[in-house]
Design a protein around this ligand. Structure first.
Ligand SMILES: [Zn+2]
Length: 187
């Protein structure tokens, strides 16, 4: 259940700041949340349907659903799938928010806001030390989003707002050094 909540946290992060702020007590204790959990699932389904409905061919805004997934898929695969998908993208969202902050795309403090909710949900907030930054970087290159060898990151501007990227491509190329720094940054 906690792993499933990672996608709900993502939906708030990319599209709905109010939802993001509202969900913290629910993700902290989903078993006791009752109706709130049903509301959470409903709002997440609405957000996903809205995003997919805006872009059925996955050429633009739908890429915002990939937030956390470039680094997430890399650590998921490096773990030999011992990390659940939601655990991997929880880590991925933190690292990709840090990447965005370093690039000046993501507002300062966004990573901290994400970390609070992800930690409240009992999900991991850091890359385990056995996954060396260079190996994670290498693993991002075999992800399906690495088209023509170019690794794409879907970033957010702030909680509740995905970045449209340059020329409305809804994705950013990121220098290797920035990825390495974001992966290596502890805490
Ligand atoms: Zn996912």
């Amino acid at each position: 259940m906690r792993a499933g909540l990672a996608e709900a946290i993502k939906h708030g992060a990319i599209a709905d700041a109010e939802y993001f702020a509202w969900m913290k007590p629910t993700v902290a204790d989903p078993a006791a949340a009752g109706d709130y959990l049903a509301q959470l699932v409903l709002r997440s389904v609405q957000i996903k349907a809205d995003v997919v409905g805006r872009d059925e061919r996955e050429s633009g805004p739908r890429k915002m659903l990939n937030f956390g997934h470039t680094v997430g898929h890399a650590v998921e695969s490096l773990s030999g799938f011992r990390l659940l998908h939601g655990e991997a993208i929880a880590i991925g969202m933190i690292v990709e928010s840090r990447i965005g902050e370093r690039m000046g795309i993501t507002a300062a403090g966004t990573t901290e806001a994400l970390r609070e909710v992800i930690a409240a949900a009992g999900l991991p907030v850091r890359v385990a030390p056995e996954y060396l930054p260079e190996r994670v970087l290498e693993a991002t290159r075999s992800d399906k989003k690495a088209r023509q060898g170019r690794v794409e990151y879907s970033l957010i501007e702030r909680i509740g707002m995905a970045s449209a990227g340059l020329d409305g491509r809804w994705a950013w190329g990121v220098e290797d050094e920035v990825v390495m720094e974001a992966l290596g940054a502890g805490g």
